[in-house]
Design a protein around this ligand. Structure first.
Ligand code: AMP
Length: 426
């Protein structure tokens, strides 16, 4: 019997995590600049947090959640997204009372039982940010600008699509107009769109079915139904994006899959991805805090997939930073092996990566290993070096070798970045 990771999930091995850590570090740096604080919530919640928060009629809640009964009979769900848990936590800890504006970000795994394909997994990772407490278009524009900044710093070209999905005052009128348009077409629409015409007609515009898209090409669009307040909010958001030089395409059919959006909805897409071309998306969700039992609080947020971002970076041949310089210490006999073991510890303590042989291998085999690991320096010590208290230090980049007294080794290597400046492509 051999075991494998569950379908749609992956192991990230050290060869993979170097890129992940780099991307995560960059995200944290950008978040720090915008003064967003990290929030970490449990990976599972009571099912109702998502059912109420995301909406019963959405694909996520309807088909994709990993829900289970625990031994106490409670229905729990592995989080398929983070906005609902963040808002649950925001309400639970009265964050709104402590501050008029809460700026939160997260990075972590999400779980959806979708059909796995390129760029689509059952455990995937998102980073995202939520700005809770203000309905100012500055918040909408800043959230979009933060996402754009992360993609800019990684050299990723993306297209920003944006729309306003209105508010509770304009939606009913639009919904009626859209249903009146759709009902005569029912017989021709796909089964899913037929159902959605009654339950969630705006999602019909989102259908991937080519026939549905053809039939709805002239459907009324929400932008013609916006209240004055929502229109002004949308126009101000766009003006702020113009001011920042962030280009966008207005897409009146963009509704996004989650029910909680109001006003601004947006998505970043990349032509470097296949059919799953969404890098990330978000929008304003002014009704969600109240929906989950808190005081009415406006908010806007964004979430993006890390796997898809890495797919694009790899396609672009993004230059991930090379690993730290490494010192490999070779002991030629028992006494010098113990010295190498001890000296490796000392070097690690002063901030230098050090490696030794653990298998009692020959000097030749150790040398081969040092090469394989891409060591920057090799330190050779045998009986005569132990006696003289002088190690032979080989610079593997330039091929030179010199004797360095034991007592000067730490200062020699603490200057290592300086020593390798000319030879490392860092
Ligand atoms: P959503 O919460 O559906 O708006 O998703 C936000 C982003 O998360 C998407 O744009 C994708 O980049 C990513 N994402 C969503 N679902 C998956 C999945 N099953 N596998 C990988 N990435 C995903």
């Amino acid at each position: 019997m051999t075991y494998k990771s569950v379908k749609g999930t992956r192991d990230l091995l050290p060869v993979d995590t170097t890129a992940w850590l780099h991307v995560e570090q960059l995200i944290r740096e950008v978040m720090e600049r915008f003064r967003y604080g990290e929030i970490r919530t449990p990976v599972f919640e009571e099912t109702t947090v998502f059912a109420r928060g995301i909406g019963e009629e959405t694909d996520i809640v309807g088909k994709e959640m990993y829900s289970f009964l625990d031994k106490g009979g409670s229905s729990l769900t592995l989080r398929p997204e983070m906005t609902a848990p963040v808002i649950r936590s925001f309400i639970q800890h009265n964050l709104g009372e402590q501050s008029g504006l809460n700026k939160l970000y997260y990075i972590g795994p999400m779980f959806r039982q979708e059909r796995p394909q390129a760029g689509r997994f059952r455990q995937f990772h998102q980073f995202g940010f939520e700005c809770i407490g203000q309905d100012s278009p500055f918040c909408d524009a800043e959230i979009i600008a933060m996402a754009a900044e992360i993609y800019r710093r990684l050299g990723i070209h993306s297209t920003l699509k944006i729309n306003s999905v209105g508010d509770p005052f304009c939606r009913p009128r639009y919904r009626e107009a859209l249903q009146s348009f759709l009902r005569p077409l029912l017989a021709e629409l796909s089964e899913e769109s037929r159902r959605r015409t009654e339950t969630n007609p705006m999602r019909v515009l989102d259908s991937k079915d080519p026939r549905d898209r053809e039939l709805t090409a002239n459907a009324p669009v929400i932008l013609d139904y916006l209240t004055d307040e929502s229109r002004e909010h949308f126009e101000q958001t766009l003006a702020l994006l113009d001011d920042l030089g962030i280009s966008y395409d207005i897409d009146p059919r963009l509704v996004r899959g989650l029910d909680y959006y109001t006003r601004t909805a947006f998505e970043f897409i990349s032509s470097d991805l296949g059919s799953q071309d969404a890098l990330g998306g978000g929008g304003r969700y002014d009704g969600l805090v109240q929906e989950l039992g808190g005081k009415a609080t406006p908010a806007v947020g964004f979430a993006a997939g890390i796997e898809r971002l890495l797919i694009v970076l790899e396609k672009n041949g993004y230059a991930f930073p090379v690993s730290e310089p490494l010192v490999y210490l070779i002991g030629m006999d028992d006494a010098s092996r113990t010295w190498a073991f001890r000296t490796a510890m000392t070097l690690r303590r002063i901030g230098v990566s050090a490696e030794i042989d653990y298998a009692g291998r020959s000097v030749k085999a150790q040398m081969r290993e040092a090469n394989k690991l891409g060591s920057t320096f090799v330190v050779l010590v045998g009986e005569s070096e132990m006696q003289a208290q002088v190690a032979q230090v080989k610079n593997m980049r330039v091929g030179t070798q010199e004797g360095v007294e034991f007592q000067h080794l730490t200062s020699y290597f603490s200057r290592m970045n300086h020593l390798t400046d000319n030879t490392e492509s860092r």
